[in-house]
Design a protein around this ligand. Structure first.
Ligand code: PEP
Ligand code: MN
Length: 267
């Protein structure tokens, strides 16, 4: 779809705390939270701590796309209820993933932004369905998707009638699995800026796979001009049911937010 001059080049989301805008001419929006919603205490604590540090959205998976069918799959519907509770106590917006169109309606009831994960980036029937509802969509880049593949996936959502799509780079498949989980492709920031009006998010947590590398890549993403960041945060990463090694503690996240405020777009 051709971008029409004067068309909004931003995604506006109303969260309990007010209106948040993702876009080039707006402050950086930080999304933080655990990989998975594990229990009420951890999601509420994480929400309060990332909120205090300056995040605007809480992330957390209820339905998890895991490589192994024997790995923790997420608590499903009961996790959605916990996210609703965390939203209420913190005032943060909620971002959570939809894996199956059968769950879309109940996810849309509590989520402020619906995530389509890397593994579903080209699930065209799911893209059509998230495009036919009105909640904004966070579309993660498939791990082996070209930029053209990714933009065409976004196009499915736009073509179905939903103009609110945020593009999230989360790293592409790497040949060096020893030191990084993926290769975070920060070149997409200027490239997407040239090709599309859609807002850009960078996820250095999945992008690197290791918490110690997350701060450097978060700062690099801001230097490149990203509109938003997604950072995994867990109150006790060594005990996390998924993605502990790449999760920051709330203390480390707070410190990172202070560093980010110094280098770029106001947080
Ligand atoms: C996630 O954000 O929890 C996730 C599963 O990410 P991705 O789809 O990028 O692997
Ligand atoms: Mn994760």
């Amino acid at each position: 779809r051709q971008y029409r001059h004067g068309e909004a080049s931003e995604v506006v989301v109303n969260i309990p705390d007010g209106q948040i805008v993702f876009g080039e001419h707006h402050p950086l929006v930080v999304v933080a939270g655990p990989c998975s919603v594990e229990n009420e205490a951890m999601i509420v604590e994480t929400a309060q701590r990332v909120k205090a540090a300056g995040a605007k959205f809480l992330r957390g998976g209820a339905y998890k796309p895991r490589t192994s069918p024997y790995a923790f799959q997420g608590h499903g519907e009961s996790a959605l209820e916990l996210l609703a509770k965390a939203r209420e106590v913190s005032g943060l917006g909620i971002i959570t993933e939809v894996m199956d169109a059968a769950e879309l309606d109940k996810i849309a009831e509590i989520a402020d932004v619906i995530q389509v994960g890397a593994r579903n980036m080209q699930n065209f029937s799911l893209l059509k369905k998230v495009g036919a509802q009105s909640k904004p969509v966070l579309l993660k880049r498939g791990m082996a998707a070209t930029i053209e593949d990714w933009l065409m996936a976004a196009e499915y959502i736009l073509a179905a009638g939903n103009p609110s799509v945020i593009l999230c780079e989360r790293g592409i498949r790497t040949f060096d699995r020893q030191h990084t989980r993926n290769t975070l492709d920060l070149s997409v920031v200027p490239v997407l800026r040239k090709l599309t009006h859609l807002p850009i998010m960078i996820d250095p947590s999945h992008g690197t796979g290791w918490s110690e590398f997350v701060p450097a890549m978060a700062m690099a993403a801001i230097a490149a001009g990203t509109d938003s960041l997604m950072i995994e945060v867990h109150p006790n990463p060594t005990k996390a049911l998924s993605d502990g090694p790449q999760s920051l503690t709330p203390e480390r996240f707070d410190h990172l937010m202070q560093e980010l405020a110094v280098i770029g777009k106001a947080v």
